[in-house]
Design a protein around this ligand. Structure first.
Ligand code: B12
Ligand code: SF4
Length: 434
C-alpha cells in the first residue's frame, strides 16, 4: 500500500516523489492508535486504490506542518476523517489547506462531522461532506471528481454498504502497525441500544460481517505476527452463536502475547459464553464491560436500562472465575459510588503555575484564588472560603498561599508556546520507553 514503506506514519516524514491523486488523512488520538476507518475507505477504492495513500498524524501536531507535509505530495483530493478528539486541529488544518491550495478538493467524513455540521466552519470550508459510513460513497465521489464531473451537491449521505460485499481492510495494516500499534478489527456495525448520550444509538440496526472471510483475514494477520486484536463492535455479545464461534477461533490460536479485546454488555452474557471465557488463560481476554450506572433513575433517564442482578452476577463470575482483564468503568473502581448519580461532567485544560503552587491574593483591587494545578476540586472550595473571609476582613481568611509572587519564565507573556513542543518531546520519550 502507498503508506511509504519504512516511514512511520504520524511523523512528518513524507515520501516525496510518490505523488498521489488521493490522500486519506486523519489525526489519531495517540501514536499507538490506527485509523481503521481510513483503511476501509482505501481498501474499497477499487481501481483508484493505486492512486491513493493514507497519511496519519497525531493530535498535538502543528496543523501548518501537517498541511505542508500533505501538500508536498500534491494530491488532487484530500479525504479527512473527523472525530471528537481531532476536530479542533482538523479545523485549523483545513483552514490552512484551503488557504494555501484552494484547488485541492477537500472531502470530510467521520462521526464528528456527520451530525449537526451545518453551523461549523469546518463544513463551510470543505468541498464535500460524506455523512456516516463512507466506503461506497467516497469511492463514487472520488471517481466523479477525478473523472472531471464533480457532483454539485455538497453533502452526500453515505450509502450503508452491504458488509458481505466490502473488501476487508486488514491487508492495509503495515508490518510496522502490526509490531507497534493497536490493530482494530470488526465483526458488526451498529448498536441495538438507544443510550441518550451516544452517537451509535442513532444507527437504525445492527449489521454483521460474514465470519468466514473475517477469520481468513485474522489468520493472515496471525501469520504476519499480529497478537493483539481490539474489536470495535459496539456490543460484541449480541448473538451467542457468533460469540462462541469467535471465542473458539481465538482459543484455537493461543500463543505468547495474544490479547483480544471486546466491548460487552454484562447482563446479556449467557452461561455458555461465560464458561467459554473461563477457558481462556489469564490475561488473554480484555473486556470493556458496559455499565453506565447502577442507579435505576439515571438508567431510565439515559434510556439504558439494564438487569442489575444479571449484571452483578456476570461481573462476579468474570472477576472470580475467569482470567479476563476487566475494564468495568467507574463502579468497579469506586463501588461506594454505585448508587450515586452523575450530575455534571467537565473536560478542558488544567491551569498550572510555574511554581506548582496555588495563589491567593489581591491585584489592583480584585481578589483572586487561582492556579490549582489539578487540585481544583478540593482546593477551589477551600480557597474560595478563605477568599470570602479575606474579603470580609476576617483573620481566619489568612492562608499559607497568600500573596506569593507569581514566577515567570523568559519569553513567556501569557501564551504557553512551550506546551506543544514539550508534549511532543515527552510523547517521543514515552515511545522510546515502550
Ligand atoms: C478506536 C476508538 C477510539 C480510540 C481512538 C482511535 C484513533 N484512531 O485515534 C480511543 C480509544 C483513543 C478513543 C477515545 C475516545 N472515543 Co472513541 N471510538 C473508537 C471506536 C471504538 C472505533 C473507531 C473505528 O475504527 N470504527 C470503525 C470504522 C470503520 O468506523 P469509523 O471510524 O466511524 O469510519 C467510518 C465513517 O466514520 C466514515 N469515515 C471516517 N473517516 C472518513 C473520512 C472520509 C474522507 C470519509 C468520506 C468518510 C470517513 O467512513 C468510515 C468507514 O465506513 C469508535 C466506536 C466504533 N465502533 O466506531 C469510538 C468512537 C469513535 N469514540 C467515541 C468517543 C465519544 C470517544 C471518547 C470521547 C470517549 C471518552 N468519553 O473518553 C474518547 C476521545 C479521546 C480523546 N482523546 O479525546 C464516539 C464518537 C466520537 C466522535 N463523535 O467522533 C464513538 C463513535 C463511540 C460511541 N459510540 O460513542 N476512541
Ligand atoms: S450500548 Fe454503547 S455503543 Fe450502544 S448506544 Fe449505548 S453507549 Fe452507545
Amino acid at each position: 500500500m502507498t503508506q511509504a514503506a519504512g516511514v512511520r506514519p504520524g511523523r512528518l516524514e513524507v515520501a516525496i516523489g510518490n505523488m498521489l491523486d488521493i490522500i486519506l488523512t486523519t489525526l489519531n488520538a495517540r501514536y499507538s492508535h490506527t485509523a481503521f476507518g481510513l483503511r476501509y475507505l482505501w481498501a474499497n477504492l477499487g481501481p483508484l486504490q493505486a492512486r491513493a495513500g493514507i497519511r496519519e498524524f497525531i493530535i498535538g501536531q502543528e496543523p501548518a506542518e501537517i498541511a505542508e507535509a500533505l501538500l508536498l505530495e500534491r494530491p488532487r483530493l484530500v479525504g479527512v476523517g473527523v472525530y471528537i478528539w481531532n476536530i479542533e486541529t482538523i479545523s485549523r488544518l483545513v483552514q490552512t489547506l484551503k488557504g494555501v491550495s484552494p484547488e485541492t478538493v477537500l472531502v470530510l467524513g467521520g462521526p464528528e462531522i456527520s451530525h449537526e455540521f451545518e453551523e461549523t466552519a469546518l463544513y463551510r470550508m470543505s468541498d464535500y461532506l460524506v455523512l456516516g459510513e463512507g466506503e461506497q460513497t467516497f469511492r463514487e465521489l472520488a471517481e466523479a471528481v477525478l473523472g472531471g464531473h464533480p457532483p454539485r451537491q455538497k453533502v452526500l449521505a453515505g450509502e450503508r454498504p452491504d458488509l458481505a460485499a466490502l473488501t476487508l481492510p486488514y491487508a492495509a495494516y503495515t508490518d510496522h502497525d502490526i509490531a507497534h500499534r493497536t490493530l482494530y478489527v470488526e465483526t458488526s456495525r451498529g448498536c441495538p441500544f438507544r443510550c441518550e448520550f451516544c452517537l451509535s444509538s442513532l444507527e437504525p440496526c445492527v449489521r454483521e460481517f460474514p465470519l468466514s472471510p473475517f477469520f481468513d483475514a485474522m489468520d493472515a494477520l496471525f501469520a504476519r505476527g499480529a497478537r493483539q486484536f481490539k474489536f470495535v463492535d459496539r456490543t460484541f455479545n449480541l448473538r451467542e452463536d457468533r460469540v462462541l464461534e469467535i471465542l473458539d477461533f481465538f482459543r484455537a490460536r493461543l500463543r505468547d502475547g495474544i490479547q483480544v479485546h471486546f466491548e460487552i454488555v454484562p447482563d446479556r452474557l449467557s452461561a455458555r459464553t461465560l464458561e467459554r471465557m473461563a477457558a481462556f488463560p489469564p490475561g488473554v481476554l480484555r473486556l470493556e464491560v458496559g455499565v453506565q450506572t447502577f442507579n435505576r433513575e439515571t438508567q431510565e433517564a439515559i434510556l439504558r436500562v439494564q438487569d442489575l442482578d444479571a449484571t452483578l452476577d456476570a461481573l462476579h463470575f468474570l472477576r472470580e472465575r475467569t482470567g479476563a482483564l476487566l475494564h468495568a468503568d467507574l463502579v468497579a473502581l469506586f463501588p461506594e459510588l454505585r448508587e450515586v448519580r452523575i450530575s455534571h461532567s467537565w473536560c478542558g485544560f488544567v491551569a498550572y503555575t510555574f511554581d506548582e503552587l496555588m495563589h491567593i491574593g489581591r491585584h489592583e483591587g480584585m481578589h483572586y484564588a487561582m492556579g490549582y494545578c489539578g487540585s481544583g476540586v478540593g482546593m477551589g472550595s477551600y480557597l474560595g472560603m478563605r477568599l470570602g473571609q479575606q474579603v470580609l476582613g476576617l483573620a481566619e481568611g489568612r492562608t499559607a498561599f497568600d500573596d506569593i509572587a507569581f514566577q515567570t519564565r523568559p519569553l513567556y507573556s501569557g501564551k504557553p508556546w512551550f506546551l506543544a513542543p514539550s508534549i511532543r518531546y515527552n510523547r517521543w520519550r514515552d515511545k522510546q520507553n515502550r
